[in-house]
Structures are given as structure tokens and as C-alpha cells.
Design a protein around this ligand. Structure first.
Ligand SMILES: *[C@@H]1O[C@H](CO)[C@@H](O)[C@H](O)[C@H]1NC(C)=O
Ligand SMILES: *[C@@H]1O[C@H](CO)[C@@H](O)[C@H](O)[C@H]1NC(C)=O
Ligand SMILES: *[C@@H]1O[C@H](CO)[C@@H](O)[C@H](O)[C@H]1NC(C)=O
Ligand SMILES: *[C@@H]1O[C@H](CO)[C@@H](O)[C@H](O)[C@H]1NC(C)=O
Ligand SMILES: *[C@@H]1O[C@H](CO)[C@@H](O)[C@H](O)[C@H]1NC(C)=O
Ligand SMILES: *[C@@H]1O[C@H](CO)[C@@H](O)[C@H](O)[C@H]1NC(C)=O
Ligand SMILES: *[C@@H]1O[C@H](CO)[C@@H](O)[C@H](O)[C@H]1NC(C)=O
Ligand SMILES: *[C@@H]1O[C@H](CO)[C@@H](O)[C@H](O)[C@H]1NC(C)=O
Ligand SMILES: *[C@@H]1O[C@H](CO)[C@@H](O)[C@H](O)[C@H]1NC(C)=O
Ligand SMILES: *[C@@H]1O[C@H](CO)[C@@H](O)[C@H](O)[C@H]1NC(C)=O
Ligand SMILES: *[C@@H]1O[C@H](CO)[C@@H](O)[C@H](O)[C@H]1NC(C)=O
Length: 522
């Protein structure tokens, strides 16, 4: 899923009881236990030291210009927004079930959240006050429809939010912010229930530079979505014409990438193709071909292994395709016993073999898997790619019978972990630049303003409880600059929810019990 990407698919199931330890009456502005500011010299919660910014070249721009969980239309996970350097950090938190955060062009926080006043929680998109986490306006799908919040997209040119529902609808919801009073208005409804198969769930929707809305079916089995023996993918042209292909025995389990009028999609084996231990998944490149129809530009198989690795949320690749400018596209495979980073040329090559620019084994045999999108940053010469090892990560947890808030579902100590940076030199190939001893489930983010990677980890030396830290790592060297404890116990488990960096310079982490953020103090 990018995995991480997927987490949201089960999000609406989180019941209000997740907040039982904190507040009940007014969740939107209630802190659940974190002091508002902390002394960063206090070694019990802050280790390391504040650093000077080491700015990087700006992020690659993509057309269309959008904001989504993985950053932009290319899912690069880097941002030009500032972020904390570690100076006198202050922490905020709220028990609001904010899961996925995107950013409007005026800096407004737009979030996918669960409304805990209904059971199960109703999924909605909201305009949020990024300092108090109060939800100022919201939109929910028509009754009996389930929003796919993980892959919602904010279109910066038009201030429209693009959302799909598992039932097969796509909604274009316009966001206004008149005199600081936000509101949402439904602009367009696209009904694709006759295009997708009755057993398929809609998963992705993304606009391209020509205004076509791409979509795929699929789901994340590890978060409770059903296995599906086929996929429907395609686009809806601005005039409403639907162009689609149907693929047997494959399932999309992640987000997609869009650039210009091209769409990149990875599938994992399902149905009859799920049986073999060396099953095959595919990486696809499509184009809307100047309005003449859907064209498969290339399709290359990858080794999806047996799908039996501990901690896996997906059957095939766990990686949403990341676009490296207009040159390459990267995912990870799921080969046994060791996965690989696969970097493909975006432009069609002579053969499937030639389509692959490089293949790099990741982590250690028997202790290697990835359920997150790769981060990509281009320094004008080489691309730096970051992959995090998800092997043996605790599986996504939902409250139910026998659920224990502070139980072993929080325990990440069995993860071998590992963050690896691979440099891709278009002239000379690919090589590992550094590895770091970090284990995380979140969607890590890179700030080009600070040159730091921001992630969310658990303390490796347990104190008898599960302690959760935001950690900043030097993008150039892989050295950990600092980490700060944001809380303890199940409330503060990210539970596969993503992180985000905002235009206000804050690092945000969605957690089981709500939202936590940090920013530099004075
Ligand atoms: C911060 O903590 C350090 C170490 O405990 C202490 O020496 C210092 O006085 C504290 N500063 C403030 C402003 O509380
Ligand atoms: C990424 O770069 C584009 C083009 O330079 C810029 O408009 C955009 O604000 C940047 N996005 C983020 C999230 O930094
Ligand atoms: C934090 O605040 C203190 C007191 O205001 C100040 O002396 C110090 O320079 C600040 N920065 C750091 C990194 O401690
Ligand atoms: C949550 O749902 C309740 C009941 O439908 C509604 O009154 C309330 O406005 C909703 N709150 C948010 C923040 O969506
Ligand atoms: C957010 O809340 C703070 C504190 O109440 C307030 O000062 C600020 O104006 C609010 N911002 C927005 C965008 O509503
Ligand atoms: C929603 O689903 C319930 C349960 O299946 C059904 O009774 C109800 O008629 C549905 N409502 C609409 C508007 O479709
Ligand atoms: C969506 O399309 C299907 C199939 O054409 C139709 O049965 C259904 O009524 C439509 N839904 C709505 C809300 O119009
Ligand atoms: C795919 O799954 C659906 C729903 O389970 C089933 O009806 C259909 O027969 C399956 N198709 C194949 C080719 O097995
Ligand atoms: C693959 O097969 C396993 C074992 O039968 C099953 O649990 C899983 O849901 C299947 N995955 C897909 C994508 O079909
Ligand atoms: C799966 O493929 C790998 C090479 O990718 C090979 O070493 C292994 O023997 C194969 N396993 C099976 C069960 O075919
Ligand atoms: C869970 O652990 C946290 C942190 O140790 C503690 O504050 C909280 O009371 C615990 N909650 C339960 C229900 O055990």
C-alpha cells in the first residue's frame, strides 16, 4: 500500500472508544496528555541536538500540481516547506481522528478524518485549523458510501478535492475559503458502478494535466479490504467518456502516479496468479494519448514472491510508484527471500529487460520487505531514493473484542528495521549511499528547507512501556540528528497512519488516538 497509503482504508472503523482515556465532549481542541512545550535540554524526552538547516535543491514539480499523502502527483515525499530543526520544540496534540493531511495553496490544512460521534466513524474530508485541529467545515459522501481517504487529492489550481468511494463513485468537491470561512460544495459526481466489476472496490482517483480523471480498483488486504481477482483501471475524460481496461488475476494495492497525461500503476498477483510461490506482479505505464483513448505504453513483470513475509499488508509490491522527474519511476518488488528496488525508465524501451534501469537488493535476505512508498529527491545530478524496511512490522490494529490499548500490537521491537538511501545516477547506475538503524511504519517526509528526513519510531530500549518518538535524520549522511518523545502507549501508535509537513513548518503525525505535531520554539 504504500502501504502507508492504504491505511486509511480501514480508518472509518476506528470507534470512539479509542479516546476513552482522553476526552469525550469536545475532541477537536482537547490535548490528550502532551505538555504544550518541553525543555529540549531534558534528555529524558529529547536526545541529540538542534542542527543548522542544510537546504537541498527544491522539489521536482509535476503537472498537474496537486497535494496528496505522498506529497505531489509523483508521490516523491519531499516538500519545500520548512520543518523543525530541533530548537526548543513544542508539541501539540488533539484527539481528533485526523488521518490524512493535504495542503491547499493558501496554506490551509485539508484532512481526511473519521467522525467518532457515529459508530462506525463516518469518513469525511474537512478544513482544519492546523494549530487547534478544530474541524471548521466538512463534506461526507452520500449515505452508504465509503470514502477512500488515503488517496484523496487536492487540486491546487482549482481548489477541488478529488475523492473516490469503494462503491465506485468519484466526487469532485470544491473548497472555498471566503474571509477565512471554509466550506465545501459538491461539483461533480462520476458513477463508475457500471464500469467496474461487482466484486471490485474503487481505490484510486487522480487528475491528469488534460483534466482526465484516472481511476483504479483494488484495496489493501492487510487493512481489511477484500481480495479481488481482477482490476479495472482507466480514466474519465472531461466530457464524461470512460476509457477502461480490465485485468484478470491482478490487484492494485497502492496509490498511482500521474504526470502530464501518463499514469503509472503497479499490480500484485491475485486470483489464480496468487497461488505460486514466485508469483508475478506488473508495473504498468499508461497514457490518455491526446484524447484518443487509453493506451498501455509498457507493462513489465516483477517477482512478487510468495507473499508470506511477516508484517506484509499487501500481496505484491507495497510501494506506490514514485516518479523521478520525467525520467524514471520506482517501486520495490516482493521477491523471496530479499526484495529489490526497481527503477524503470518512464519512456518506453525496446524490451521489458531494457525498461529496467537498475535493480538493487534491499536490506538482508529473510529480513526484507517494504510497505511504503519510496521517497525521491533530485539534486540536479542524481536522484536520492529512500526505502524503509517494514519486515515484521506489527499489523494494523482495530479495536474489537479482546483489544488492549497498550497491548503487544504496539511492539515494534521484533522489526529488523533499516532505512536505506540509494543514489540513482542517470549516467552510471545505482548504488547504496547510506543505511540508518531506524524502524518505522509511517510515511516519512523530507524537507528541502532543512535537509532532514522526518519519521516516527519506537524506542529500541523499552522502559516497560511503548514510547513513541519523532526522529530527524540528515538526508546527506543518514546520521540521526535528534529525536523527541511525543507520548507513550497505544494512543500514540501511528498504527500505519501517515506523517505530513505543513507550510507552517510543523511536522504532523497522525496516531491511533488523534494527531500530534512538533515545531521549533524560539
Ligand atoms: C532545561 O533542562 C535542563 C536539564 O534538566 C535544566 O538544566 C534547565 O534549567 C532547563 N531549562 C529550563 C528553561 O527549564
Ligand atoms: C514543489 O515544487 C513546486 C514547483 O517548484 C512548488 O510549486 C510547490 O509548492 C512545491 N511543493 C511542495 C509541497 O513543496
Ligand atoms: C531555547 O530557549 C532558551 C531560553 O529562551 C534559549 O536560551 C535557547 O537559546 C533556545 N534554544 C535552544 C536550542 O535551547
Ligand atoms: C460528526 O457527526 C455529527 C452527527 O452526524 C455531526 O453533528 C457533527 O457535526 C460531525 N462533526 C464533524 C467534525 O464532522
Ligand atoms: C485557529 O485557531 C487559533 C486559536 O483559536 C486562531 O487564533 C486562528 O485564527 C485559527 N485559524 C483559523 C484558520 O481558523
Ligand atoms: C443504506 O444501507 C442500508 C442497509 O443496507 C439500507 O437499509 C438503506 O436503504 C441504504 N440507504 C440508501 C439511501 O441507499
Ligand atoms: C449508478 O449507475 C448504476 C448503473 O448504471 C445505476 O444502477 C445507479 O442507479 C447509478 N447511481 C446513481 C446514484 O444514480
Ligand atoms: C472473481 O471473483 C468473483 C467474486 O468472488 C467471482 O464471482 C468470479 O467468478 C471470479 N472470477 C474468476 C475468473 O474466478
Ligand atoms: C492470496 O492467497 C491468500 C491465501 O489463500 C489469501 O489470504 C489472500 O487474500 C490472497 N491474496 C490475493 C490478493 O488474492
Ligand atoms: C523463486 O525464484 C527465485 C529466484 O528469483 C529462485 O531462487 C527460487 O528457487 C524460486 N522458488 C521457487 C519455489 O520456485
Ligand atoms: C496506556 O499507557 C499509557 C502510557 O504509559 C498510560 O498513560 C495509560 O494510562 C495506559 N492506558 C491503559 C488503558 O492502560
Amino acid at each position: 500500500m504504500n502501504r502507508l497509503s492504504f491505511l486509511l482504508s480501514a480508518f472509518g472503523l476506528l470507534p470512539a472508544l479509542a479516546y476513552a482515556t482522553s476526552c469525550s465532549c469536545k475532541p477537536s481542541s482537547t490535548s490528550f496528555g502532551v505538555p504544550p512545550s518541553l525543555n529540549t535540554s531534558d534528555g529524558s524526552i529529547f536526545t541529540g541536538a538542534a542542527v543548522d538547516a542544510k537546504p537541498l535543491s527544491l522539489n521536482s514539480s509535476f503537472d498537474p500540481d496537486v497535494s496528496l499523502m505522498h506529497g505531489d502527483s509523483g508521490n516523491t515525499g519531499d516538500t519545500d516547506y520548512p520543518a523543525p530543526l530541533g530548537n526548543n520544540l513544542t508539541i501539540s496534540s488533539a484527539a481528533e481522528q485526523i488521518a490524512v493531511v493535504v495542503w491547499a495553496s493558501d496554506g490551509g490544512m485539508i484532512a481526511g478524518y473519521g467522525n467518532a460521534s457515529t459508530s462506525p466513524a463516518t469518513r469525511a474530508v474537512g478544513a482544519v485549523n492546523s494549530s487547534t485541529f478544530e474541524i471548521l467545515a466538512s463534506w461526507t459522501a452520500p449515505v452508504n458510501q465509503t470514502l477512500n481517504l488515503g488517496y484523496m487529492e487536492y487540486i491546487l489550481d482549482t481548489d477541488d478535492v478529488l475523492l473516490s468511494t469503494t462503491q465506485g463513485y468519484i466526487y469532485v468537491v470544491h473548497r472555498e475559503n471566503c474571509d477565512g470561512v471554509p466550506s465545501f460544495t459538491l461539483r461533480r459526481t462520476i458513477n463508475l458502478t457500471a464500469t467496474i466489476k461487482p466484486w471490485e472496490w474503487m481505490l484510486n482517483s487522480m487528475i491528469d494535466a488534460a483534466g482526465n480523471i484516472w481511476f483504479t480498483t483494488g484495496g489493501i488486504i492487510g487493512s481489511g479490504d477484500p481480495a479481488q481477482n481482477s482490476t479495472t483501471a482507466g480514466y474519465v475524460a472531461p466530457d464524461g467518456t470512460v476509457h477502461a481496461i480490465h485485468i484478470e488475476n491482478q490487484m492494485v494495492e497502492n496509490g498511482i502516479g500521474v504526470s502530464g497525461t501518463s499514469m503509472y500503476m503497479a499490480t500484485g498477483p491475485s486470483g489464480a496468479a496468487n497461488m505460486s510461490s514466485n508469483a508475478t506482479g506488473y508495473m504498468y505505464a499508461f497514457t490518455s494519448d491526446e484524447g484518443t483513448g487509453l493506451k498501455t505504453v509498457w507493462k513489465v513483470p516483477y517477482n512478487a514472491g510468495s507473499g508470506g513475509k511477516p508484517g506484509e499488508m499487501t500481496r505484491g509490491t507495497g510501494s506506490t510508484p514514485v516518479l523521478m522527474s520525467d525520467q524514471f519511476v520506482a517501486i520495490t518488488d516482493n521477491e523471496d527471500p530479499q526484495i529489490n528496488l526497481l527503477v524503470y525508465h518512464q519512456e518506453e524501451q525496446e524490451s521489458a529487460e531494457a525498461q529496467i534501469f537498475c535493480k538493487v537488493p534491499l536490506f538482508q535476505p529473510g529480513a526484507s520487505s517494504n510497505e511504503n512508498s519510496v521517497i525521491s529527491h533530485f539534486d540536479g545530478d542524481k536522484y536520492g531514493l529512500l526505502v524503509q524496511n517494514s519486515y515484521a512490522a506489527p499489523i494494523f490494529e482495530l479495536p474489537g473484542p479482546g483489544f488492549t490499548l497498550n497491548g503487544t500490537w504496539n511492539d515494534m521491537s521484533q522489526m529488523p528495521g533499516g532505512f536505506v538511501r540509494v543514489d540513482v545516477d542517470p549516467k552510471n547506475g545505482c548504488e547504496v549511499r547510506w543505511t540508518a538503524d531506524l524502524a518505522s511504519k509511517t510515511v516519512t517526509m523530507l524537507s528541502t528547507k532543512t535537509g532532514l528526513l522526518y519519521s516516527y519510531i519506537q524506542d529500541k530500549t523499552p522502559t516497560g512501556q511503548y514510547d513513541w518518538y519523532a526522529v530527524a535524520t540528515d538526508w546527506a549522511t543518514g546520521e540521526i540528528a535528534w529525536k523527541i518523545m511525543l507520548g507513550s502507549g497505544g494512543i500514540f501508535n501511528d498504527n500505519w497512519l501517515p506523517a505530513s509537513i505543513g507550510p507552517d513548518g510543523q511536522f504532523y503525525q497522525a496516531v491511533f488516538g488523534g494527531m500530534v505535531s512538533i515545531k521549533d520554539g524560539l
